[in-house]
Design a binder for this molecule. Structure first.
Ligand SMILES: [Zn+2]
Length: 389
C-alpha cells in the first residue's frame, strides 16, 4: 500500500516522501519519461545513476506495442525493461483523445484506431486498470477524458462528468492495491467551477494520489499556473499531486510554487535528441557554428558525467556528424539538470529558503518574465481571468 507524508512546507511548496511498492520517492520530483518502456537513448543504469527515483511510461503506447503478453511473459514491466525503482504509467487517455477523427467516445469507453497500423482498439476504465496492474506498475492512472483547449463549456462539462464516472469504475476494478496505487486525474480546462466539480468528485473517492490533467495543452503560462495553483488548493494535503506533461526548468519551479509534488515531460530527452542543451545560462543549440571551437563544457556549473568529460565542440561535432552519441550525452546532461534542480528545490523547502532559491533559480536559468510572474502572483490570476471565454 502506498503512503505519502508531507515533511516540510514553505508557502505552498511542499517537501514530501512517497512510499511505493518498488521504493521511496522524495518529492518534489521530476519523472523522466520512458514512453515505450525506455528512456530514449539511456540505459536504465544511467537513468539510475542520474538519481531518477521514478520513471513514467505510457499505457497507450505499451498497449499498441508490444501489447501485454510479452511484458507479462517477462514478469512485468520492471523486469521487461530492467528498471527496479518505481514506475508510473499514464492511462493513455491523453494519447487517445489526441487521435482526432480516429476515435469515438461513448459513456462506456472510447473506440479508436492505432496510430501505428490502423487496427481497432477499445479502452474502458476497467480494461486500463487491469492492463496497468498486469504490468505491475507502482502508480496507475485512471482513464480520463481530455479536451483540447479552447473548448466549449458543454464539452468540458461532459469531460468532467465522464472522468469522474470512469474514475469510480477504475476504483471498483482496482484489485492489486498492495502493489499499485491508483491516481485520479482532475479535468475542467480553464474553468474554475468545473475544476472544483472535478476535484470534488475525485477526492470523494479517496484515492492514493491526484493528477492535474488537461493543462500544458496550448494555454498561456500564467493561465496554466493560475489553474494549477487553484486546483492544487482543492486537493487533500495528505495526497501527492502530479501536474501532467510539465517539465521545462521554469515550469517545474512554478509548479512547485503552486504546491505540486510530481512532474513529467519528454522535454529534456527530446531536446537532447535535437542538439538543444538546458543550461544555467539558458537553452543552447549546439548545432550553431559558434560552438564548433567552444572548449567549455555544456554547462560550467553542471557536475554531470558529460560536463566533467566533454566539450561543446565535441558535442557540436557529434550532432553535425549524425553520431548517436551526441543525443545520448545531451539527453543525459539535460536529465541531470532537471533532477539536480528538483533535488535543490527539496533542500530549499527543507531549510525554509524556498522563495530565495526560487527567485535565484529563475534568474540563473534566464527567465525574467517568469520571475516577474512569481514575484507578483496576482498577475497570473488576472491573466487567467481575462482569458476565460
Ligand atoms: Zn551536465
Amino acid at each position: 500500500m502506498s503512503s505519502f507524508t508531507v515533511r516540510a512546507r514553505d508557502g505552498a511548496a511542499r517537501r514530501g516522501t512517497l512510499r511505493l511498492a518498488h521504493g521511496v520517492v522524495e518529492t518534489p520530483i521530476f519523472m523522466p519519461v520512458g514512453t515505450a518502456a525506455t528512456v530514449k537513448g539511456l540505459t536504465p543504469a544511467e537513468v539510475e545513476a542520474l538519481g531518477a527515483q521514478i520513471i513514467l511510461s505510457n499505457t497507450y503506447h505499451l498497449w499498441m506495442r508490444p501489447g501485454r503478453e510479452p511484458i507479462e511473459a517477462c514478469g512485468g514491466l520492471h523486469r521487461f525493461m530492467h528498471w527496479e525503482r518505481p514506475i508510473l504509467t499514464d492511462s493513455g487517455g491523453f494519447q487517445v483523445f489526441s487521435l482526432q477523427g480516429r476515435r469515438k467516445l461513448d459513456d462506456d469507453g472510447v473506440l479508436f484506431q492505432s496510430h501505428i497500423d490502423g487496427s481497432r482498439h477499445r479502452f474502458t476504465p476497467e480494461g486500463i486498470v487491469n492492463f496497468q496492474e498486469a504490468l505491475g506498475v507502482d502508480i496507475a492512472m485512471a482513464l480520463d477524458v481530455c479536451v483540447k483547449l479552447p473548448a466549449k463549456r458543454h464539452d468540458l462539462e461532459r469531460s468532467v462528468e465522464l472522468t469522474a464516472a470512469w474514475a469510480r469504475r477504475c476504483k471498483e476494478a482496482w484489485t492489486r492495491r498492495e502493489a499499485t496505487a491508483l491516481f485520479g486525474i482532475v479535468q475542467g480546462g480553464l474553468d474554475r467551477d468545473l475544476r472544483a466539480r472535478s476535484a470534488e468528485a475525485l477526492v470523494a473517492l479517496d484515492l492514493p494520489g491526484y493528477a492535474i490533467g488537461g493543462l500544458s495543452v496550448g494555454e498561456t503560462r500564467p493561465e496554466m499556473f493560475a489553474l494549477a495553483r487553484y486546483t492544487a488548493s482543492l486537493l487533500p494535503e495528505g495526497r501527492p499531486r502530479y501536474l501532467m506533461g510539465v517539465g521545462t526548468v521554469v515550469d517545474i519551479i512554478l509548479a512547485i510554487e503552486a504546491g505540486i509534488d510530481m512532474f513529467d515531460c519528454v522535454y529534456p530527452t527530446r531536446c537532447g535528441r535535437n542538439a538543444r542543451a538546458i543550461t544555467r545560462s539558458g537553452e543552447l543549440n549546439l548545432r550553431m557554428a559558434r560552438y564548433k571551437l567552444d572548449t567549455a563544457p555544456i554547462d560550467a556549473h553542471c557536475t554531470c558525467y558529460v560536463c566533467r568529460n566533454f566539450t561543446r565542440a565535441y558535442l557540436a561535432h557529434l550532432f553535425r556528424a549524425g553520431e548517436m552519441l551526441g543525443a545520448i550525452l545531451l539527453s543525459y546532461h539535460n536529465l541531470a539538470v532537471l533532477l539536480e534542480l528538483t533535488a535543490q528545490a527539496r533542500a530549499a523547502i527543507e531549510r525554509g529558503a524556498w522563495a530565495a532559491w526560487r527567485d535565484e533559480a529563475l534568474h540563473t536559468f534566464g527567465d525574467e518574465q517568469a520571475a516577474a510572474t512569481v514575484a507578483a502572483p496576482g498577475i497570473a490570476e488576472r491573466c487567467a481571468e481575462h482569458a476565460r471565454p
